[in-house]
Design a protein around this ligand. Structure first.
Ligand SMILES: Cc1cc2nc3c(=O)[nH]c(=O)nc-3n(C[C@H](O)[C@H](O)[C@H](O)COP(=O)(O)O)c2cc1C
Length: 185
């Protein structure tokens, strides 16, 4: 069975993380979820879901303080990790291997094991510091994928935009998302 680590940090756009979990479940992928305290704050601001509702979308949920969890070790095999959304704080920690919680530790493990790490970094406008952290993360092997909508597919709703971005993030891990709208020329 395929296994995906999903991190949700405290940038706006928790809908992306929720959709990644839903699509991964549909694709038969086992998910391991870690949500930072700021991620829980955005959940409360941006959705009607309680912490338990969010947890129910994943197969296994880890506490952000539990740096001894399975996903903190490279010997626990996974197919990679998606951080959606990824705050600048989490990006910076990942870029410089500051493994200060389970999310950033699991991301660093993903990089050191040369597995795919996709960061849906969300901030605007960007400072030079943000751009430098994106460069450092990319140099370490991460894929920085800001959740920027594509309008050529004529999205009719916010859900369409979220679906497309979450699907493209899963695409980067080779996880098949049926019915993902694609440009055919
Ligand atoms: C409603 C809300 C929206 C936020 N949006 C962003 C954002 O888009 N990008 C960002 O980098 N931080 C954003 N923040 C700030 C982060 O939550 C804050 O920097 C936090 O320390 C991130 O911690 P974490 O990376 O451990 O989740 C937001 C905070 C709140 C409460």
């Amino acid at each position: 069975m395929r296994r995906l680590v999903v991190g949700i940090s405290g940038a706006t756009g928790i809908a992306y993380g929720i959709r990644v979990l839903e699509l991964a479940r549909k694709a038969g992928v086992e998910t391991h979820l870690v949500v930072t305290p700021a991620g829980q704050q955005t959940r409360a601001y941006e959705t009607d879901l309680g912490a338990r509702d969010l947890a129910a979308l994943a197969d296994v949920v880890h506490r952000p303080a539990d740096v001894g969890a399975a996903i903190a070790s490279g010997s626990f095999r996974t197919d990679g990790m998606i951080v959606a959304p990824c705050s600048v704080r989490t990006l910076s920690a990942v870029a410089y291997s500051m493994n200060d919680n389970l999310l950033t530790r699991a991301a660093d493990v993903t990089l050191k094991e040369r597995r795919r790490l996709v960061l849906l970094v969300r901030e605007t406008p960007l400072t030079l510091g943000h751009l430098r952290a994106m460069t450092a993360a990319t140099e370490s092997g991460a894929i920085v994928m800001p959740p920027v909508p594509a309008f050529y597919l004529r999205p009719g709703s916010v859900d369409d935009i979220v679906d497309h971005t979450a699907g493209r993030a899963l695409d980067l891990l080779g996880i098949d998302v049926p019915d993902l709208p694609r440009w055919g020329g």
